[in-house]
Design a protein around this ligand. Structure first.
Ligand code: PXP
Length: 263
């Protein structure tokens, strides 16, 4: 049996739709195609600024999905009460800044501990299991457990950025990232360190009874590194799948990622 769940994040289908504010591409069509081509879970993020997924999308997806829906949300009073009402299979708490292009780092589990603790309690009171999107460090794993989460999703953005910098023919590289100036030997060392941090965090989280997911910046070129980490049981992947679907169609893009994430 495959021990890795593929969570397909379809936010970017809604990004394209919102560019014209017409119902095209249809997010429910994306749900249907992802489900029928290997997705084990659908992941969506109801952002405070509603830049892609709208309330009606979240409701329709949760109501009609035949596979679990992982709803990402910020620690915000209005959003949390919507999430409690929508009853997704799981909620993943993420940090959110209005100006960011995408979620840039994990939750501040130390600085925002009390807000996180009370959000977790509110979701649990509504019978919704909670995952915390956190940076891969042993301390963050311990704190996530103490805050009451049953799962952590390890932020793989640092790893993915470094991987892209070292393999720039394979992936568009964000040239504003300061590490881009570093010599390759240093980048390689940093990449190894970032991977080791993910491995250590995953092992520790597992040892204290947390389920472990990972996500952010994972793509067809770097996902194999995550497949080597036994404790990781779920990957949430969005941008690379939707980007590939522009050229090959969503069905093939999901199938291809499913092949790479089967063990
Ligand atoms: N996991 C979480 C918690 C996220 O916020 C995101 C981005 O929305 C993803 C996974 C997917 O990241 P990407 O779109 O880079 O694959």
């Amino acid at each position: 049996m495959n021990k890795m769940k593929l969570g397909v994040n379809i936010d970017h289908v809604a990004v394209l739709r919102e560019a014209r504010r017409v119902n095209d591409p249809d997010i429910m069509h994306a749900l249907y195609v992802a489900t029928n081509n290997g997705a084990d879970q659908i992941t969506i993020h109801l952002r405070e600024d509603r830049r892609h997924i709208q309330d009606v999308d979240a409701r329709d997806i949760i109501t009609h999905s035949s596979i679990p829906v992982n709803l990402e949300c910020a620690i915000d009073k209005e959003i949390l009460s919507i999430v409690c009402e929508l009853q997704p299979h799981r909620a993943t708490l993420v940090p959110e800044k209005r100006q960011e292009v995408t979620t840039e780092g994990g939750l501040d589990v130390f600085g925002s501990a009390e807000q996180i603790r009370s959000a977790v309690a509110q979701l649990h009171a509504a019978s919704i299991p909670v995952s915390l999107f956190v940076d891969p460090s042993i301390e963050a794993m311990k704190k996530s457990k103490e805050l009451g989460a049953e799962m952590v999703e390890l932020h793989t953005g640092t790893f993915a950025n470094l991987f892209a910098m070292l393999n720039s023919s394979l992936a568009y590289t964000n040239h504003s990232v300061k590490e881009f100036e570093l010599p390759r030997s240093e980048l390689t060392q940093k990449l190894e360190q970032s991977l080791q941090a993910i491995k250590d965090a995953a092992a520790h989280a597992h040892s204290i009874g947390l389920e472990v997911a990972a996500g952010h910046g994972l793509n067809y070129h770097n996902v194999s590194y995550m497949m080597e980490i036994d404790e990781i049981i779920e990957l949430n992947i969005g941008q690379s799948i939707v980007a590939r679907s522009v050229f090959s169609g969503l069905a093939e893009a999901v199938q291809e990622m499913k092949k790479l994430t089967t063990r």
